[in-house]
Design a protein around this ligand. Structure first.
Ligand SMILES: *Cc1c(COP(=O)(O)O)cnc(C)c1O
Length: 400
């Protein structure tokens, strides 16, 4: 049997409506949007620009503020390396957080090797980054603040509008990784004061390998050094033949998500709370990681006291979820996000990230909850009886 899919932070299923809109751009309208001499190229170009208006509409910003690329990993790298390169005369310091996605953290580390200094702010117990912490980290040498809108492991939303204001007051650019937030919570880059923003299609029921970078075009105009060179497409920020089907799908995915954002958020939040209630009602020693209010609607991260982490994730066979352990090449490490918010290594290992999405049903949630309660209870019994046996053996050994 296929497990119940509850890993919507990792990726989402393509919405059939999105797929339907993108299909003609593989078969009938397959022109190169850069071809200027025939209708195949013109129609591809029109589709590309129509979709661009939809992406811009989803983040509340005007014409030609968005360029397409392969997704948030690329945009995070471009925002960080591109701003650093363009502004290196002005300063060599960046402010970010300890709980960013690897795309931001690794890009920042690579800058450290090239003479930049980076401050990694620690969040509070709920995963929030306060604007005061950002304000006190900014120096005269700071050129960029990068703080994610919503965290991919615990779902906590950051007060990016207040953080952006603090950065702006000091004349520092503000970038936000909105891969998890786009299409799920309301975004208005103008109102929120965001200068650069990253998003990906596949986190919002679109395909993988397409994403977008927003850069502010006035007050101030954001200048970036590109990562790649070759042909000047996408304002020179992302040269290469445009991915027209992907762009059409990205536009459709964001339009669909924004059209019923409140309704969908309410439904998914209802499923999330139902799952939480059923698990917490059936088990003791369940701790929620993250923020109880300021959170993505579909996020639920739970730690289970007294359960060995590896056994937990191996035993949860009927549901597709992520665990609070990450396998590196040499060892199994507890999640750096959970560690940063003060969760013990043991409780981080014994954690599960549930990501509820558009296509989950009440029935799936009820079956998933029952499976978790049953599995955790069984693992605890086994762990308990083993511990009891060890104790008895030790006592029998005498002298002990
Ligand atoms: C998924 C994700 C990314 C990476 O996106 P890709 O589409 O894989 O490049 C970056 N940041 C966050 C917060 C994410 O959730």
């Amino acid at each position: 049997m296929e497990p119940i899919y509850l890993d919507n932070h990792a990726t989402t299923r393509v919405d059939p409506r999105v797929l339907e809109e993108m299909l003609p751009y593989f078969t009938r309208e397959y022109g190169n949007a850069a071809s200027r001499t025939h209708p195949f190229g013109w129609r591809a170009q029109e589709a590309l620009e129509r979709a661009r208006r939809e992406v811009e509409g989803a983040i509340g910003e005007g014409k030609d503020s968005v360029v397409y690329n392969s997704g948030t990993t690329e945009t995070d790298n471009l925002a960080i390396a591109g701003v650093a390169e363009a502004l290196r005369e002005r300063g060599n310091h960046l402010v970010t957080t300890a709980i960013e996605h690897h795309a931001v953290l690794d890009a920042a580390r690579s800058l450290e090797k090239r003479g930049f200094a980076v401050t990694y702010l620690r969040p509070d117990r709920t995963g929030r980054i306060g604007e005061e912490a950002v304000a006190s980290a900014i120096t005269d040498r700071t050129i960029l603040v990068s703080v994610m809108m919503a965290n991919n492991e615990i779902g906590t939303l950051n007060p990016v509008d207040r953080i952006a204001r603090v950065a702006r007051e000091r004349g520092v650019l503000f970038h936000t990784d909105a891969a998890q937030a786009a299409g799920k919570v309301r975004i208005d880059v103008e109102e929120m004061g965001i200068d650069l923003l990253s998003l990906s299609g596949h986190k919002v029921y679109g395909p993988k390998g397409i994403g977008a970078l927003y850069t502010r075009r006035r007050n101030p105009l954001v200048r970036l050094e590109p990562l790649f060179y070759g042909g000047g497409h996408e304002r020179g920020l992302r040269p290469g033949t445009p991915n027209v089907p992907g762009a059409v799908a990205l536009g459709a995915a964001l339009r669909i998500a924004c059209a019923d954002m409140d309704g969908e958020a309410a439904r998914i939040r209802g499923l999330r709370d139902r799952l939480h209630l059923a698990i917490a009602g059936g088990l003791e020693g369940v701790v929620r990681n993250g923020h109880s209010e300021e959170s993505l609607p579909g996020s639920l991260n739970l730690s289970f006291d007294g359960v060995p982490g590896e056994a937990l994730i191996i035993s949860l066979k009927d549901i597709a979820v992520s665990s609070g352990s990450a396998c590196t090449s040499t060892s199994v490490e507890p999640s750096y996000v959970l560690r940063a918010i003060g969760v013990s290594a043991e409780m981080a290992h014994a954690s599960v990230r549930f990501g509820i999405g558009r296509f989950n049903t009440e029935d799936e949630i009820d079956r998933a909850a029952a499976h978790v309660v049953e599995t955790v209870s069984r693992l605890r019994e086994m762990a308990g009886s083993r511990a009891g046996r060890r104790q008895r053996v030790a006592q029998a050994g005498g002298g002990g």
